[in-house]
Design a protein around this ligand. Structure first.
Ligand code: SAM
Length: 293
């Protein structure tokens, strides 16, 4: 394997210069240059020989090389063409357990997933500009591996880990808690990265629940309900629901769930939202049976 010092900013600058490359803010390019953080993150992934690991945004391969060393089969998604050249021509050109998917991960991951190449683990120092969108899209489209380990802005990690009633609790917290128990395991100072970002970062471990809060056949209904309930945070749940459903439907399902409707979404637990989704589904099913078109 390529013998490159990923923690030397001098070596990284020289490599980029030699290859006519530079770091782009637009793609959230902040490389991890702390060897202890890199080792710890790879260790948290639990990757070992044969584990199918997805890494999002490998850059020039710092975390990738730690994952590769475990013997895991690593599929890495990278948007930057110059970095892709370094990965495939220098870093891992002779590495059989490395696969590179070039392009925007938001557009490429689903192809891999639907081709039956679902990961056991996802591990990444996520580009901050796509972090929460990517996590939401994985969960919404039911790509839910046993474990996900991400480095993200601390603020996003707090939202992932927030519980009902916390300041940071949001629709995103409900979505992630549907299938995962999430823990912030480590804070990383800006100095762990090159160039240093102007926000603090944290590592979050998202461990799949033994049983999801929501039955698989209710997942789509639950996810759209979360979107509706949190669409306007200042509105009551009744008013948010009325933007999509008839007032009579809203009144009936709220009554069945013993909710006044004056609650705000951030006061509802994921379990209460599941109850609402279940009631809504059976109400709508009943309506379509009794009023055929
Ligand atoms: N893994 C490296 C490390 O830890 O040093 C680099 C992490 S850096 C924070 C984020 C990486 O994601 C960059 O290499 C960037 O080019 C890549 N990236 C940004 N947006 C992306 C996207 N939409 N799809 C795939 N990769 C992306």
């Amino acid at each position: 394997m390529w013998n490159f010092d990923y923690c030397s900013t001098g070596a990284i600058s020289a490599l980029l210069n030699e290859n006519g490359l530079s770091m782009t803010k637009r793609f959230g390019q902040n490389f991890l240059v702390s060897s202890s953080a890199l080792e710890k993150i790879a260790g948290l992934s639990g990757a070992k020989a044969g584990t199918k690991v997805w890494e999002i945004g490998p850059g020039i391969g710092a975390l990738t090389s730690c994952l590769i060393k475990t013997g895991a089969d690593v599929t890495a998604f990278e948007i930057d063409h110059g970095f892709c050249r370094i990965l495939s021509e220098k870093a891992f050109h002779d590495t059989p357990n490395f696969t590179l998917i070039e392009g925007d991960v938001l557009k490429t991951w689903e192809n891999e997933f639907s081709a039956g190449k679902a990961p056991d683990v996802i591990c990444a120092n996520l580009p901050y500009n796509v972090g929460s969108v990517l996590i939401a899209s994985l969960i919404e489209k039911r790509c839910i591996p046993e474990l996900m380990v991400f480095t993200l802005q601390s603020e996003v990690v707090r939202r992932i880990c927030a519980k009902t009633g916390d300041n940071q609790y949001s629709g995103f917290s409900v979505l992630t808690s549907m299938d995962y128990d999430s823990t912030e395991v480590m804070k990383l100072k800006p100095g762990c990265f090159w160039p240093a970002p102007n926000v603090d970062s944290s590592v979050v471990v998202m461990k799949k629940k033994t049983q999801s809060i929501v039955e698989e056949d209710l997942a789509d209904q639950f996810i759209s309900l979360v979107r509706i309930l949190f669409s306007q945070r200042r509105k009551t749940i009744k008013n948010n629901l009325r933007t999509l459903y008839a007032s009579a439907t809203v009144e009936q399902i709220l009554a069945k769930c013993k909710l006044s409707g004056l609650e705000r979404a951030e006061t509802l637990s994921p379990e209460e939202i599941r109850e609402l989704a279940l009631t809504l589904r059976s109400h709508l099913k009943h309506q379509s049976i009794s009023h055929p078109v």
